[in-house]
Design a protein around this ligand. Structure first.
Ligand code: G1P
Length: 286
């Protein structure tokens, strides 16, 4: 079983300025829950016990969010608002250890993952990019976990993408497929349409064996000075099998304004406490 998850949250959040100036973009709410909490809950749901945030100095509010706030709890109890106490500290957080590792410089996703090496300690681990928000009966991570349990190999979530957007993603060259597990023959980070080996792109959930760290150490920075995880996965292919699973469910790219607003509207329409009014408001606006 996978017990540890890595969540890189050190990015500048440039696309969300000025909102992300004093508040980390991962703390921006979709309705009433910060974006990062959705990914944390998805991880805990498959049995993760240790959450490792790769973060930066000025993102202390993420740490504060996952700590108890006894003063606020006490005030809520005194005001007969006990129901909200569970919202502050959901039961699922009990027994979970949260680690915070500083990524001093923004040297890319590969560098962020490498920072977790000593805490991972040789185990396979989950990697969740909190910008990608997923909703499905079986979570995206649990779909990967089922494949990992039968293959014991690194497994990556993928989905089909319109060709014109392929340059934004890691793209796989699919090989043989067995029981929904696609063997990856090759992988390339953000190719042009002409160079893309398929229309199957990596989305933000991975299960990786610890062998990835040796490959991350060998990888050279790309043109923009970043160490790309995709390049390390390509290198890992020479040593181990790596599988892809076509994610079955909804995906919102909350790293973009459009995706963030889309997720907000979709979730508002599902929130029983406001959905009727939101329907009306949307109709009026249209
Ligand atoms: C990262 C990965 C990319 C992957 C994407 C999924 O890119 O490098 O391979 O397809 O996440 O969201 P980023 O979005 O950080 O540029």
């Amino acid at each position: 079983m996978i017990k540890k998850a890595v969540l890189p949250v050190a990015g500048f959040g440039t696309r969300f300025l000025p909102a992300s100036k004093a508040t980390p973009k991962e703390m921006l709410p979709i309705i009433d829950k910060p974006l990062v909490q959705y990914a944390v809950e998805e991880a805990i749901d498959i049995g993760i016990e240790e959450i490792i945030f790769i973060t930066s100095d000025d993102k202390f509010s993420i740490k504060k969010h996952f700590e108890r706030n006894e003063k606020l709890e006490q005030r809520l109890v005194e005001n007969d608002k006990e129901d909200f106490v569970d919202k502050l500290n959901p039961k699922i957080f009990e027994g979970i250890t949260f680690h915070y590792v500083n990524q001093e410089e923004q040297n890319g996703l590969g560098d962020a993952v490498l920072k977790a090496e000593s805490l991972i300690n040789g185990d396979a681990f989950a990697l969740l990019l909190p910008d990608d928000l997923f909703f499905s009966k079986n979570s995206c991570l649990s779909q990967l976990s089922s494949i990992f349990l039968s293959t014991n190999a690194s497994t990556i979530a993928v989905n089909k993408i319109d060709k014109e957007n392929i340059h934004k993603y890691g793209v796989i060259k699919p090989g043989k497929e067995k029981n929904e597990a696609i063997l990856i023959d090759d992988i390339i980070e953000k190719p042009s349409i002409e160079d893309a080996p398929s229309d199957i792109a990596v989305c933000g959930r991975y299960i990786l064996t610890a062998t990835i760290f040796e490959h991350l150490k060998k990888i050279e920075s790309d043109k923009s000075g970043e160490i790309q995880l995709t390049d390390a996965i390509k290198s890992l292919l020479s040593e181990e099998k790596v599988y892809a699973k076509i994610y079955d469910g909804e995906k919102f790219d909350c790293g973009s304004k459009m995706g963030f607003v889309h997720a907000t509207i979709a979730l508002a329409l599902r929130d029983k406490s406001i959905s009727q009014d939101i329907h009306k408001i949307i109709k009026e606006i249209i």
